[in-house]
Write a protein that binds this ligand. Structure first.
Ligand SMILES: Nc1ncnc2c1ncn2[C@@H]1O[C@H](COP(=O)(O)OP(=O)(O)OP(=O)(O)O)[C@@H](O)[C@H]1O
Ligand SMILES: NC(=O)c1ccc[n+]([C@@H]2O[C@H](COP(=O)(O)O)[C@@H](O)[C@H]2O)c1
Length: 258
């Protein structure tokens, strides 16, 4: 994975598939953009519930696990990018088994903001086809996508116009969030009712789909909490929070999070 990562870095490309088919013909692309530091079962649940509820009938979906080598806020640590790619590939195999009617791939991008990732993915996957792209996020990330500080001095209603007019945002409510579950679940409706006008145009509410996590025990799971448990040696508790393949990887390679 170190080689694949270095090649991407040197290539000057904006996006590259590292694992899986280069040009899947699916009409629906689901993108999980994450730091994968490490990937965990709340990420799995976000993917599983979205594909189950929003896939197009009788067609194969394409699930893309996307790692940005430049994060909007976080430094590239503690796990190095090659280690994260290893964990993403294990997670992709696990997903492929659980979602047999989807094709799963792993990709890298240089872009940190969703509006920029979206431009690149449209060029890559929708040319001459009618592919619909949906982005899978937790509620904290929705709040960050609509935070004006990332676009200053431009207005959100202008800068996000094409992103919000063609894509969908599939969102899983989180326990460890600034809003309670009830407020998270009515967020799309609040937008539709114009509560955040003029910053967020009300018609965008129809493109946002907020779900409750079917498993209450996963609502507070996060990569940082998992890293903390690893550091303090609470590894047994992690079996309920990580796919078995990722659990094996992190417990055999504990130093990657130092
Ligand atoms: N428990 C969860 N419930 C719902 N969404 C989640 C959960 N954990 C992560 N996500 C979402 O998955 C996406 C990618 O996650 P990210 O890599 O930021 O994971 P994280 O667990 O929040 O990481 P960290 O703790 O390092 O910040 C984000 O949009 C995030 O909101
Ligand atoms: N405004 C935006 O588009 C925006 C804001 C915050 C995070 N992100 C991206 O979301 C992804 C997940 O971020 P975190 O790992 O920080 O939760 C990263 O690729 C990050 O760069 C995008």
């Amino acid at each position: 994975m170190k080689k694949a990562f270095e090649q991407f870095r040197k290539s000057g490309s904006l996006f590259q598939i590292i694992k899986g088919p280069q040009h899947p013909e699916s009409p629906k692309l689901f993108v999980l953009d994450s730091s994968f530091n490490p990937p965990h079962l709340a990420h799995f649940q976000l993917l599983f519930q979205t594909v189950k509820n929003f896939k197009l009938t009788d067609t194969q979906s394409h699930v893309l696990l996307l790692l940005a080598v430049n994060n909007a806020d976080k430094l590239p640590k503690p796990a190095s990018f090659p280690h994260r790619l290893e964990m993403m590939c294990l997670f992709a195999d696990y997903l492929q088994e659980k979602l047999p009617h989807s094709v799963v791939s792993v990709g890298l991008t240089v872009h940190s903001k969703f509006i920029d990732k979206d431009k690149v993915l449209h060029e890559q996957f929708t040319q001459g086809r009618n592919t619909n792209i949906g982005y899978l996020v937790g509620f904290d990330t929705i709040a960050r996508i609509f935070d004006e500080k990332y676009y200053h001095p431009l207005k959100i209603s202008d800068v996000m116009k094409s992103f919000m007019s063609r894509g969908q945002l599939y969102c899983l409510a989180r326990g460890d969030c600034h809003l309670n579950a009830e407020s998270q679940l009515k967020y799309a409706n609040d937008i539709l009712e114009g509560k955040f006008e003029p910053v967020i145009p009300k018609e965008w509410g129809s493109r946002i789909h907020v779900m409750q996590n079917d498993y209450p025990s996963l609502r507070n799971v996060s990569s940082s909490e998992i890293r903390n448990k690893l550091k303090s040696g609470q590894v047994d508790n992690l079996k309920e929070e990580l796919p078995p393949c990722v659990y094996d990887y992190v417990t055999k390679n504990m130093t990657i999070f130092d």
